[in-house]
Design a protein around this ligand. Structure first.
Ligand code: PMP
Ligand code: GLN
Length: 363
C-alpha cells in the first residue's frame, strides 16, 4: 500500500509509522554516543545501560522485575525478537495458536520453522477472544500461544480477565507464551496495559517483545528488545548469538541515556489519545462507522454504508481515486475474511490528520 500511495501521490495512513520527528534530545543522545566512541560491537545481550533502563521501566510500571544480566536482550526491532523466539522454540509439527487478524510476521516465522499455525478468528467490531475455542484448540502438540495487546490492527486491548484466562489455560503445561507488547505505551481512556509480567504464573512461561520504534517515533532505527525468565532467555540467546549477534550500538547508548527520564514514555498515552480524539472528531459525520481505538496508533473504520466491494479493492480505489491509503483488514485475517473494514494510522501531525479527514468526509 505504501508503494501504491507513493505512485499515486496519496496520503499514506496505511503502513504504521509517524510522519513527525523523534525528540531532538534523543537524536542528540545518539549522535553524542557516536561522537564519544560507541561505534564498535555492543555486547551480544545489548548495551548494559539500556538493559538496566528497561528493567527499571518494568519495575516502575508493572512492579515486575527482569534481571538486566540474563532476562533482557536488545534486538533488531521486535520483528527479530519474534522471529528468534519462534525459531528457538518451534520444531516441525509443533502447533502455535495465533489470533486473526494478526500482525503479519507471526505465521511465516512459524511455518518456516515447520510449525503449524492454528488461527482463531476474532470478529469485528469487538475482536474479543473466545476462550472456549482456545481451550478446545490446545492439545499435546501446542507449543506456543502468541498474543498481541494493544492489538494491531484492531486497536483493542486484552483485559485482566483475558490474561487470567490465558494464565489458567497454560498453567502446568509446557506452552510458551509470546506476548507482543510493542504498543504498551499507546493506550487510551485510562485503560491499564495488561502485560503478561503482571501475572506471576504467566510471566514464568512468557516472552515479552517490545519496540523503541513505536515508543520514540523512530520506526526506521529498528531497535527493540525481549524479556523472559532466565531459562527461556538462555535458549533465546543461544540462537541470537549466531544469528544477529548484536545490534546498533550508538542507538542503544542514546536510548539508555534518554530513558533516564521516564516521562519520555509516560507521556505517550496522552500524546496519542489527543491524536485519536482529533481524528475521530473530524470524521464523526463521515459515512465511515467506528468504535474508538483503545490502544495502538491505528483506527479501524467500517465502510459498509458506502459500498460492499471487497476491502482490498476499496483500499486500492481510495488510494488511486481519492488520494488516501489504508490497509484492508482481510490481509491480516484467516482465509482473507472480508468484513468491510480498513485500518488507518493516526501517528500523524494534526495537519495530516485534518487533510486525511477532509478526504474521508468527501467519500
Ligand atoms: N509487532 C507488532 C504488532 C507491530 O505492529 C510491529 C510493527 N509494525 C512489530 C511487531 C515490529 O516492530 P519493529 O518495527 O520494532 O520490528
Ligand atoms: N508495524 C507496521 C504496520 O503494521 C509496519 C511494519 C511493516 O510494514 N511490516 O503497519
Amino acid at each position: 500500500m505504501s508503494t501504491l500511495a507513493n505512485t499515486h501521490n496519496a496520503m499514506n495512513l496505511a503502513q504504521g509509522f509517524p510522519d513527525f520527528k523523534s525528540d531532538q534530545k534523543l537524536i542528540d543522545a545518539v549522535s553524542n554516543a557516536m561522537n564519544s566512541g560507541y561505534n564498535q560491537y555492543a555486547p551480544m545481550q545489548g548495551h548494559l545501560g539500556l538493559r538496566h533502563a528497561i528493567s527499571k521501566k518494568y519495575e516502575l510500571l508493572y512492579n515486575s522485575s527482569y534481571n538486566p544480566e540474563n532476562e533482557i536482550t536488545v534486538t533488531a526491532g521486535a520483528t527479530q525478537a519474534i522471529f528468534t523466539i519462534i525459531s528457538a522454540f518451534i520444531k516441525p509439527n509443533d502447533e502455535v495458536i495465533i489470533f486473526k487478524p494478526a500482525y503479519d510476521c507471526y505465521q511465516p516465522a512459524i511455518e518456516l520453522n515447520g510449525g503449524k499455525s492454528i488461527a482463531i478468528q476474532l470478529k469485528a467490531p469487538n475482536y474479543t477472544i473466545d476462550w472456549n475455542t482456545v481451550a478446545k484448540s490446545i492439545n499435546s502438540n501446542t507449543k506456543m500461544i502468541i498474543v498481541n495487546t494493544p492489538h494491531n490492527p484492531s486497536g483493542t486491548v486484552m483485559s485482566k480477565a483475558d490474561m487470567l484466562k490465558l494464565q489458567e489455560l497454560t498453567n502446568e503445561t509446557d506452552i510458551v507464551v509470546l506476548s507482543d507488547e510493542v504498543y504498551e505505551h499507546i493506550i487510551f481512556d485510562g485503560e491499564q496495559h495488561q502485560s503478561v509480567c503482571r501475572f506471576k504464573n504467566l510471566k514464568e512461561r512468557s516472552f515479552i517483545t517490545a519496540s523503541f520504534g513505536k515508543t520514540f517515533h523512530n520506526t526506521g532505527w529498528k531497535i527493540g528488545y525481549c524479556c523472559a525468565p532466565k531459562t527461556l532467555m538462555d535458549v533465546f540467546r543461544s540462537l541470537h548469538q549466531f544469528n544477529v549477534f548484536s545490534v546498533h550500538h550508538p542507538s542503544q547508548k542514546g536510548l539508555s541515556d534518554y530513558m533516564k527520564e521516564p516521562n519520555h514514555y509516560l507521556n505517550l498515552p496522552e500524546f496519542y489519545q489527543e491524536k485519536r480524539n482529533l481524528f475521530l472528531e473530524l470524521i464523526k459525520d463521515s459515512r465511515f462507522k467506528f468504535t474508538p481505538s483503545i490502544g495502538t496508533y491505528f483506527q479501524v473504520l467500517d465502510y459498509s454504508d458506502i459500498t460492499l466491494e471487497h476491502d482490498v479493492d476499496f483500499a486500492k480505489r481510495l488510494t488511486i481515486e481519492h488520494g488516501i491509503a489504508s490497509i484492508p483488514l482481510s490481509v491480516f485475517n484467516d482465509n482473507n475474511l472480508d468484513e468491510h473494514v480498513l485500518r488507518f494510522c493516526f501517528a500523524k501531525t494534526n495537519d495530516t490528520l485534518k487533510k486525511a479527514a477532509e478526504l474521508l468526509n468527501s467519500i
